[in-house]
Design a protein. Structure first.
Length: 365
């Protein structure tokens, strides 16, 4: 095997497939990157037996072949090289990497031992603009649970019904919902719960004007974007009935600039950045909201912001980290807080074309 490729392109390819390398397996082959040079196509693959990633690129192939290189070492070497042409060649001693004045030879593994890329027969599939897909995943991702004992909550529920795309995530303490209308929506309804970590890895890729394809089989999800294919297992179980958590009405509502509000939350939570909740007092008469916190044996802080309020004056308190997590996903502009009372969940809403709802369970005042 012998081929040449630009260092920047090779490093980009490695960064995509690197997320599929196994870090815990006792099988050395799973910590490697499979490389195949065939005709005019370079293919890189990784797998941890749950997640499989394949990246293909057009490049100059002088000799066809395949090999498996230690993933971490190969990545570190390529990162260290200058932005120039990189020549890679398989020899009896391993893989030789030459770039400018630098030369490395590393031991390789038998490509015959590398697991084949899964073949999936899709039962459902849909194509979405990557921009919408990426934006919505980022909005709800922080509400995804990290508790592996309830695996279904580590996922994001994706549904498409009547031309509307919805993503939902919850960790039982908060709930995030992002929605948008699709100009070219599929005729069939689409529903899947997909690992939140997996989706975040995908949207961390370079932004693209292309469409992302989601295809479902009985127990796997296939995501295709540009020249990359990701295959991961679907999460099993029933996603919570989140609709029953959404109140039909509210007693108080306040609209304010999200950036000013977040800055104020950060300031009043400085006294105790770990546990102290932030209390929010909505004053209808003065059209203000007052944020305050009290830290035992440390002190107190408060700040008042102008708002557009309606309904009844009311107070409610939230974990300040949850507030910042949710509103950090909101685009610049205004956000609306709706509450029923101090013991019922509060709801933050924003957006028009791409709407966002963020529900937080309150902290006892």
């Amino acid at each position: 095997m012998k081929f040449s490729i630009n260092q920047t392109e090779l490093q980009g390819a490695i960064s995509v497939v690197y997320k599929g390398i196994s870090t815990r397996s006792t099988l050395p082959i799973l910590s490697g990157i499979y490389i195949q040079a065939y005709k005019d196509t370079l293919t890189l693959q990784t797998t941890d037996l749950e997640l499989s990633i394949k990246y293909t690129a057009d490049t100059l192939i002088e000799e066809e072949g395949e090999t498996v290189v230690p993933g971490r070492l190969f990545s570190d070497i390529v990162k260290s090289l200058p932005d120039a042409a990189v020549s890679l060649e398989s020899t009896d001693q391993g893989l030789t990497i030459v770039c400018d004045a630098s030369s490395f030879t590393i031991k390789t593994l038998d490509p015959q031992d590398f697991p084949g890329f899964p073949t999936v027969e899709a039962q459902q599939s849909v194509e979405l603009p990557f921009g919408h897909f990426s934006s919505m995943v980022k909005k709800v991702a922080r509400a995804v649970s990290k508790d592996e004992s309830r695996a279904i909550l580590t996922g994001i529920l994706i549904t498409i019904e009547e031309g509307r795309l919805r993503m939902v995530a919850t960790d039982s303490y908060r709930l995030a919902i992002a929605e948008t209308d699709l100009k070219e929506a599929p005729q069939e309804a689409f529903t899947a719960v997909i690992s939140g970590r997996f989706l975040q890895d995908i949207v961390s890729l370079s932004q693209s004007d292309e469409y992302v394809s989601l295809a479902l089989s009985e127990n796997q999800i296939v995501v295709s974007l540009n020249n990359t294919v990701f295959i991961n297992r679907r999460l099993e179980g029933n996603f919570p009935n989140y609709a029953q958590l959404l109140p039909e009405s509210h007693e108080a509502s306040a609209s304010f600039e999200v950036e000013h509000f977040m800055s104020a939350v950060k300031r009043v939570s400085l006294l105790d950045e770990k546990t102290a909740p932030v209390k929010i007092d909505i004053n209808i008469d003065s059209q203000t909201i007052q944020l305050s916190s009290v830290a035992q044996d440390i002190g107190s802080a408060q700040e008042t912001l102008a708002c557009e309020a309606s309904g009844e004056s009311m107070a409610i308190a939230f974990n300040h980290t949850y507030i910042l997590d949710g509103l950090g996903s909101v685009d610049k502009g205004t956000v609306v807080l709706e509450t029923q009372n101090s013991t019922r969940p509060g709801i933050f809403k924003s957006g028009k074309e791409e709407s966002f709802l963020y529900l937080i369970m309150p902290v006892r005042i």
